[in-house]
Design a protein around this ligand. Structure first.
Ligand SMILES: *Cc1c(COP(=O)(O)O)cnc(C)c1O
Length: 721
């Protein structure tokens, strides 16, 4: 069993063989190796939703006590904390899903992100106060699968790197970081992607750096935000040198880490002109360097929403970066609207050899937003890691049908659910698995409601759910009631409250047909997003109105503390997944894909991925505005959010959905839609297919069997048409 413990100069790692460790590391550092450095502000990969090493440990053939080291690791991996709160939402979870698929497909890569000792934030919800944010309590020290990298010259000491900041007069101030290694291990433990998480909250770093490094998307000031971006981007060249990485391709997952480009330009100039490059380089030299550096950069842009694009006042940048950075930025990142700002998205757009948006519609939108770069903007539609997001009950179902054999390795086999479409056995087994998932979700909610009820008298928190205030026993949810799920970041353009816009109308649909409905909601708003937080409060305030107007048939539940575990329960346990953003502001959206691969239909506006996943109604329902995209459509102003029009469209379609679910004669049509999701959407909206499309942009030299597998995945779907 020591075949599951491996050691190299950076530390001792659990769950992989020595051979796997050596070959992965060799590929990343060998001069003939070809790999990717993937940079992301956040990476979401909690162990409680997916963990191949733990799964292996639970198998009976393993003697967990054979050595002390093995006993130590087994205990830690079986009982240790399961959350790694290093993500805020969709962007981070996409990064985690991508890296897991890279591991499964043996695509050599190393990821870099920051380690946030206070996480993103923990969400408490109080019915009177709305969202309350607190620091997340966790420690990497006792979290399995996180390893503090050792200093190979002094193995008792941790490895530390130094990143220079400047004080406005070009005097150096050093930020220092320790490196935590996390491994995204392939499903059969024979490959892994190392993630380097930089921990700047250490004693040798200046206090102001330690403060800023603690929370993901720290929003205390623009200065803090700019410092965080620099802590990520300016570390890459140093990490490459320290670890001896030979990867030539750098993938910017959103523009947060784009400062790396400045370092690479400086490096190129130093080589060409010599150590005095910052004095000697002409503008032309800088532009030439940028062109050379661009050959190594691949950029993914994730949102058309303005708040997603970093713009910084020039004086903020000059307080932390070298004056020469200012010269580069002036040439490559001058904001078009504000003469006093640099635009980091523009820098990322400009210096790369491939840019992609995250869905077909988002490509058109991004081309409108950046007309000067329109020609090079392509689409690679997002996906989700199917092994992470398919529920246990559904996985057991897929395992039990020969037609779907191999679904773990190859999500394309789900096209074969077409063969099973008329099989009563498959349809019934599908419904049974679904009921199991629904029961799990409803049990969770009922337990939560009763816990909140108990806590009501013991804490100062007023329970977030109206139902907690009613008597116990009677006011619980039952799994046979149609449940609609809605969970995502609370941001105004996502319009969480859209379907309650005309409460009388909604209540009438429910009452006149006597169709009970649970609306199950979750999600966080960024602590400084006041409009986003006020929508959470609004949703809480709607609960009693809905309940009373529907005579108890309509229940609106809010689950606090949205995370990957809650997401997985929701996307597999509800009966339909609701997505109501204002078109075209949702670049892709991924929670709907998680529902789809569990066979759950979406009810969605024609935005993001749903434009591709809708299939003329075979997989779910559409509603709301779907005409052409004009520049005016991109407005996020409250008066332009089309509440009246799009909610009216929802009330048109909703009664038909309820009837199809509840009426015995129509119900088989509902199951048709579920199976069509497996057949039409599973093969496409997964990160295996997405990773294959990315590798095409990376132009990596890979072994033949790996290439063959990727080519096969690319044949299924081309996002960029
Ligand atoms: C999937 C997921 C998201 C992203 O959902 P979108 O539909 O893309 O907005 C956010 N948070 C969690 C916890 C998730 O699992």
């Amino acid at each position: 069993m020591n075949k599951y413990i491996a050691t190299n100069r950076w530390g001792t790692f659990f769950g992989i063989t020595q051979q796997t460790l050596d070959s992965v590391w060799d590929n990343l550092t060998n001069s003939a190796g070809d790999s990717v450095i993937y940079i992301s502000m956040e990476i979401g990969a909690d162990r409680d939703v997916y963990h191949p090493i733990k799964k292996r440990l639970l198998q009976p053939d393993i003697d967990k006590n054979s050595t002390n080291l093995l006993r130590h690791f087994s205990r830690l991996f079986l009982n240790g904390p399961e959350k790694i709160p290093n993500y805020g939402g969709g962007l981070g979870i996409l990064a985690g899903d991508t890296l897991k698929s890279f591991a499964d497909l043996k695509i050599p890569a190393l990821a870099v992100s920051l380690l946030y000792r206070k996480g993103y934030f923990s969400q408490l919800v109080d019915s009177r106060l709305g969202q309350i944010s607190t620091a997340t309590d966790w420690s990497p020290e006792n979290t399995p699968s996180l390893y503090l990298m050792k200093n190979p010259d002094f193995p008792d000491l941790p490895l530390e790197i130094e990143i220079p900041f400047y004080d406005g007069q070009d005097r150096e101030v050093l930020a220092r970081a320790r490196l935590w290694l996390k491994m995204e291990v392939s499903s059969n433990l024979d490959f892994f992607i190392p993630e380097i998480l930089l921990d700047y909250s250490i004693p040798s770093s200046p206090e102001w750096i330690r403060q800023v490094a603690q929370s993901l998307y720290d929003s205390i000031s623009d200065q803090a935000k700019a410092v965080q971006r620099r802590l990520l981007g300016a570390s890459i060249v140093t990490i490459k040198k320290t670890l001896g990485l030979t990867g030539r391709t750098i993938h910017l997952n959103e523009q947060h880490g784009v400062v790396v480009v400045l370092n690479l330009i400086a490096e190129w100039l130093a080589e060409k002109i010599g150590p005095n490059y910052s004095i000697k380089a002409t503008d032309n030299d800088i532009l030439q360097a940028a062109e050379a550096v661009a050959q190594n950069i691949v950029f993914t842009i994730h949102t058309p929403v303005k708040a997603g694009h970093d713009r910084f006042d020039k004086n903020i940048i000059s307080q932390i970066g070298h004056a020469f950075c200012g010269r580069i930025l002036l040439l490559l990142a001058q904001d078009d609207e504000n003469p006093n700002q640099y635009n980091f998205t523009k820098l990322a757009m400009r210096v790369n050899r491939a840019t992609n948006s995250v869905s077909r519609l988002h490509k058109a939108v991004t081309q409108k937003q950046f007309p000067q770069f329109a020609k090079k903007i392509t689409a690679i539609t997002n996906g989700v890691h199917h092994l992470t997001w398919i529920s246990d009950a559904k996985a057991a179902l897929y395992d039990s049908f020969a037609e779907l054999k191999n679904w773990r390795e190859d999500p394309a086999v789900f096209v074969n659910t077409g063969l099973l479409f008329t099989s009563d056995d498959f349809r019934q087994s599908f419904e049974l698995a679904w009921q199991e998932d629904t029961r799990k979700l409803i049990d969770y909610i009922n337990n939560m409601l009763s816990l909140h009820r108990k806590q009501m008298h013991e804490t100062w928190i007023d329970p977030p759910n109206y139902l907690s205030n009613l008597d116990d026993g009677e006011h619980v949810l039952t799994p046979d009631v149609f449940s609609v799920g809605f969970a995502r970041r609370f941001s105004t353009y996502k319009r969480a409250d859209l379907i309650f816009d005309d409460m009388d109308k909604l209540a009438d649909i429910i009452v006149s047909n006597n169709f009970p409905v649970n609306f199950i909601y979750a999600g966080k708003a960024h602590p400084s997003d006041e409009p986003g937080k006020s929508i959470i409060k609004l949703v809480l305030d709607l609960q009693d109105d809905l309940y009373i107007k529907t005579k108890g048939l309509g229940k609106l539940i809010f689950i606090p503390g949205y995370d990957m575990n809650i997401a997985k329960m929701m996307v597999s346990g509800v009966h339909a997944w609701l997505n109501s953003p204002k078109r075209p502001l949702e670049a892709s959206g991924t929670s709907g894909m998680k529902a789809a691969i569990n066979g759950i239909p979406n009810i969605s506006t024609m935005d993001g991925w749903w434009v591709e996943g809708y299939h003329d109604g075979k997989t779910g329902w559409k509603f709301g505005y779907e005409a052409d995209i004009e520049t005016a459509c991109l407005s996020e102003a409250p008066s332009t959010l089309l509440y009246e029009q799009d909610s009216a469209a929802f009330y048109e379609v909703f009664p038909k959905i309820l009837a199809m679910f509840y009426k015995k004669k129509l119900h088989p049509q509902y199951i048709d839609k579920c199976i069509h999701n497996l057949q039409l959407n599973c093969p496409i909206f997964n990160t295996h297919r997405m990773a294959a499309e990315y590798v095409d942009r990376y132009k990596l030299h890979l072994p033949d069997p790996v290439n063959k597998r990727l080519q096969k995945l690319r044949k299924i779907y081309q996002s960029d048409v």
